[in-house]
Design a binder for this molecule. Structure first.
Ligand SMILES: C[S@@+](CC[C@H](N)C(=O)[O-])C[C@H]1O[C@@H](n2cnc3c(N)ncnc32)[C@H](O)[C@@H]1O
Ligand SMILES: [Zn+2]
Length: 280
């Protein structure tokens, strides 16, 4: 089973094009989308791009893959998979799951492995990120596209997962079936304190996302779970990869970067919040 897509140009359903025209997708208005040789579909029309290469660049994507594949955030993936296993007991299976802003696919792959019968898709605006996703799994529908205009049919999904990515509540309300679940993972106040203490003189608590405190119509918060742990980073490479995964990467001054690069080891904790939200 696959998730039914819609055309990003006219919003009509997308279906497999005739076999004679290759493994592409097309709509009734004849907008055509070829499958990339890596296996993904690019459903981000040129006129909807705000920049030439939107989203995380290749350097950031590679840093994220190296860091995540070392298992530092495995307890985070365990928490996501665990809560979804519990929720899935009261959802008619097989599930349909979308990872919105999936990055290079670490959590998407874990969810697909936990629910091998589910239809799983991952969408990200970054082409290098989706190309990295294709190396992780062939059992997932990988899409280049925006969370602000998700090329998926209305009420198609049981679950949307958003890990450190932006939420578009209008799109999430359109896509989730009534009673469907949204799992949002966001930083807690003390997230990556050890890293931030090295780069900033004054460290402020991360602001808790106001939107999650005042959810829009159709949504209600059913649970908030802490996801916390300690990491011992024993190499400069791991420390710099962690930096490249965070927004601090953009703000850090060369002198602060050098300070980090000279550490060699860093004790750092992660402090995240997993919000379980249900659509009415
Ligand atoms: C902090 S990363 C998180 C990636 C992944 N969820 C993870 O935790 O490993 C945020 C991701 O959002 C993507 N992104 C930014 N704006 C987006 C948009 N409008 N639509 C889809 N993805 C977007 C970036 O390319 C990046 O991969
Ligand atoms: Zn179309």
């Amino acid at each position: 089973m696959t998730i039914t897509l819609r055309c990003p140009v006219c919003h009509e359903p997308l279906a497999q094009s005739l076999p004679s025209s290759g493994s592409g997708l097309g709509c009734s208005q004849n907008h055509q989308f070829d499958q990339a040789r890596q296996g993904y579909f690019n459903l981000l029309p040129g006129h909807k791009k705000r920049s030439k290469n939107p989203g995380d660049d290749k350097t950031m994507v590679q840093a994220r893959t190296r860091f995540l594949d070392k298992g530092y955030y495995q307890p985070v993936a365990d928490s996501l998979a665990g809560i979804l296993s519990r929720l899935s007991e009261s959802i008619e299976n097989p599930l349909s799951i979308l990872d919105a802003g999936c990055g290079e696919g670490y959590y998407t792959e874990r969810l697909q492995q936990t629910f091998p019968d589910a239809s799983v898709a991952g969408i990200d605006i970054s082409k290098p990120a989706i190309m990295a996703c294709c190396k992780r799994s062939k059992a997932i529908q990988w899409l280049v596209g925006s969370v602000n205009d998700i090329p998926v049919k209305d009420q198609e999904l049981d679950v949307i997962v958003s890990v450190f990515s932006r939420c578009d509540w209008h799109e999430f309300a359109r896509l989730l079936k009534p009673g469907g679940h949204l799992l949002v993972l966001a930083p807690g106040e003390q997230h990556l304190l050890g890293l931030r203490q090295v780069i900033y003189e004054t460290v402020r608590p991360y602001p808790v996302d106001k939107l999650l405190e005042q959810l829009p119509e159709h949504f209600s918060l059913t649970e908030t779970l802490p996801v916390q742990g300690d990491m011992q980073l024993n190499s400069t490479d791991d420390i710099m990869d962690l930096l490249a995964m965070t927004p601090h990467y953009w703000h850090v001054k060369p002198s602060q970067k050098e300070k980090l690069a000279n550490l060699g080891a860093l004790q750092c904790s992660f402090d995240m919040k997993l919000y379980v939200i249900q659509r009415a």
